[in-house]
Ligand binder design. Structure first.
Ligand code: AHR
Length: 322
């Protein structure tokens, strides 16, 4: 073929190469078996947890990942049984959202012996980080510091505080408490007068706060610091039932940034929430896929936190409601 005629055909040839090249890549990609990932979730104790689950299931479907989901109903025993079942099913990877931080080393060693990578997601474990691929999470200590810093400036460093703690033994409760106490310890007139767990649950937050309002002098309570929005909303209901004005008589600061806390802000019942992103599945699936491609994965992949106040509550509610 003369050079001039070849040149005339070149654009078509290049187009064909690109089309078939992409098609081959696509076929290889589509030809690949879909990943099967086992996900052991804490439970459904809060609106944030439910949103985290829904978003994770949707992201798996979007990516064509076969996600085997297990809701442990807040039981470590159930989580360990689910993890063993994932190993028996020879999944490609495991995601664990641990209900509490201790007691995981033996099962993580079993999983490692089976050659299955584990991603810790949301709360932490005390087991050595050689036993898992990476952790996707927020910095819970920072969340506590941010909540305390807001309260200090809102009260000029003068506040007697009721603390509603999350699940006993969970890293979220422990680290938020550490961060909050670090900051208020800088202010001689800021003090936690009562601290009690309500297990991250709304109904329990209401019961515990109602009890505290009976045992303490309500006029002495300046604020409620709640480790999550659900317990804060329960506390708001109890404060109202006691004839007091939440958000004014008693300030409300919490964590999660769920839609209902923005509704409370719009009603003048809550004052500040620190966001905990429920969008952790994407980074988790990316880390697993990078590992399976033989690429390095960092031991911690953070999701960021920020604080939200009543001035943007209406737009945040509109943006987040599900
Ligand atoms: O581990 C994160 C915490 O667990 C969230 O703040 C809370 O809503 C959930 O129960």
């Amino acid at each position: 073929m003369r050079p001039t005629s070849l040149l005339r055909w070149l654009p078509l040839l290049l187009a064909l190469v690109m089309v078939f090249g992409d098609a081959t890549a696509l076929a290889q990609d589509n030809g690949r078996e879909p990943l099967t990932i086992g996900f052991s979730q804490v439970g459904s104790e809060s609106d944030w947890r439910t949103a985290f689950t829904e978003i994770t299931l949707a992201e798996a479907e979007r990516r064509g990942i076969n996600l085997i989901f297990s809701n442990a109903e807040n039981s470590q025993e159930n989580q360990i049984a689910a993890l063993r079942s994932f190993v028996e099913q020879s999944v490609d990877a495991i995601m664990l959202a641990p209900v509490i931080e201790t007691g995981w080393a033996p099962i993580l060693q079993e999983i490692q012996a089976a050659g299955i990578p584990v991603v810790i997601i949301d709360r932490n474990v005390t087991a050595d980080d050689s036993l898992y691929l990476t952790r996707i999470s927020s910095d819970f200590v920072f969340e506590g510091r941010l909540a305390a810093a807001w309260l200090a400036q809102a009260t000029s460093g003068n506040c007697k505080i009721v603390e509603l703690q999350g699940t006993v033994g969970s890293s979220a409760a422990r680290d938020r408490e550490i961060g909050f106490n670090e900051v208020i310890s800088l202010f001689p007139n800021m003090e936690i007068i009562v601290s009690q767990t309500a297990d991250f649950r709304r109904a329990m937050g209401r019961e515990v706060m109602a009890s505290i309002l009976h045992t303490e002098n309500p006029s002495e309570i300046c604020a409620v610091w709640s480790h999550n929005d659900d317990m804060a909303i329960g506390a708001i209901e109890a404060i109202k039932a006691a004839g007091l004005d939440p958000g004014d008589d008693i300030l409300i600061v919490s964590v999660d940034a769920i839609p209902d806390i923005f509704l409370a802000m719009m009603n003048g019942d809550a004052n500040a929430t620190v966001e905990l992103s429920p969008y952790m599945a994407g980074p988790a699936f990316d880390a697993i896929e990078a590992y399976l491609r033989g690429e390095p994965v960092p031991k911690w992949i953070p999701v960021n936190a920020g604080i939200y106040l009543p001035d943007t509550a209406a737009e945040e509610y509109a943006r987040r409601k599900r």
